[in-house]
Design a protein. Structure first.
Length: 100
């Protein structure tokens, strides 16, 4: 059996990769995927803790996080497609031009 600490280390590494992707990249799709990576790493931590404590609370929370992530995907991609159609780019620096 794999220890829970290995899952938590993997979760921390994935979360760090997601944070770096959000802070460094300028492409809205990459930032969006980085946010999804962070959500999934937190889900992995919830599952690891639920498995370690022999409970289903973490699994229930993961279910709700996945539902919220699915809604976020629908709304986020609709916004990104709308911005791309109006500006022909998904660069985050150009999004501030939509004000006013």
């Amino acid at each position: 059996m794999v220890p829970a600490s290995a899952y938590l280390v993997l979760s921390a590494v994935l979360f760090t990769m997601g944070v770096v992707g959000v802070l460094v990249r300028r492409n809205a799709l990459i930032v969006f995927m980085s946010i999804e990576l962070m959500l999934n790493s937190v889900n992995l931590a919830f599952i690891a803790f639920a498995r370690q404590h022999l409970g289903v609370d973490g699994q229930v929370i993961v279910f709700f996080v996945l539902v919220v992530a699915a809604v976020e995907v629908v709304v986020g991609l609709a916004l990104i497609v709308g911005i791309f159609r109006s500006r022909s780019t998904v660069d985050i620096d150009d999004v501030d031009l939509l004000r006013g």
